[in-house]
Design a protein around this ligand. Structure first.
Ligand SMILES: [Zn+2]
Length: 244
């Protein structure tokens, strides 16, 4: 643990970019790759979450797709936690420039963070494929079984990228660019070999700080590593001050 060293880095950098993995949300019980969750979904629907949350399934069985989306995602979205709130504080202090995340639950923006690149979209960005109107998660909850656009009557598409769909290349480019201009890269809740963590290859700055709940052999690529059971505890120690 290098709490003091990481604190020195974070409290003196004015150009931090954060890669926020799923670890922090998983710590709060919101984890769709958790074995128990996958098992429960397979029991309930006869299919894995990945099979259901896919482009093919959305097109072929939209009613079951939207049932899953409401019951297993929108109802379990949770609230922003200590990590999200501390990042907001870091942004308010003028230190954090951007957050790049694969998280779909919109926790960073719900905590008030402004510059958030959500590579997979998020659950409050549901859209009409025909006219482009955007709908929040609450609209999907209220319009059952199939949520249609209130302007043109087309079936809505969820605000997230589904299995089998292309990621938004503009967002990927934007993320790579902002990572390349950062002085400090703060990686939370994923290792450096994961799909998100490997975006550290674009980093040309000074220090990589890594906070995670388990060790990984790629941790040695980071300049400062803090591993512990609770990422919420760690981030409060490396960036104290009352969370907003
Ligand atoms: Zn429409």
């Amino acid at each position: 643990m290098s709490i003091r060293y990481m604190r020195d880095i974070l409290e003196t950098s004015n150009n931090i970019v954060c890669l926020q993995g799923r670890g922090a949300a998983a710590e709060m019980g919101i984890d769709f790759y958790d074995e128990d969750f996958v098992f429960a979904i397979e029991e309930k629907y006869g299919l894995s979450p990945d099979e259901i949350f896919s482009s093919t399934f959305y097109h072929n069985r939209p009613a079951v797709f939207y049932k899953f989306y409401r019951e297993e995602m929108l109802k379990k979205r949770g609230l922003p936690g200590v990590v999200n709130k501390t990042l907001k504080k870091m942004e308010d202090d003028g230190r954090l420039q951007a957050i790049v995340t694969r998280g779909m639950f919109n926790h960073s923006k719900s905590a008030g963070c402004k510059n958030v690149i959500q590579l997979y979209g998020h659950i409050d960005n549901n859209n009409c494929p025909h006219c482009g109107k955007i709908f929040p998660g609450s609209y999907i909850m209220e319009h059952t079984p199939l949520p249609m656009c209130d302007v043109c009557g087309t079936l809505l598409h969820p605000g997230t990228t589904l299995a089998g769909e292309m990621l938004d290349t503009q967002k990927l480019t934007e993320a790579a660019e902002i990572i390349s201009t950062a002085d400090t890269l703060l990686v939370i809740g994923c290792n450096l070999a994961s799909r998100l963590g490997s975006m550290s290859r674009y980093f040309e700055g000074d220090k990589i700080c890594l906070i995670n709940n388990k060790e990984h052999y790629t941790d040695r690529k980071a300049d400062c590593v803090c591993i512990g059971e609770s990422m919420a505890d760690i981030i409060q120690q490396v960036y104290p001050g009352k969370p907003v």
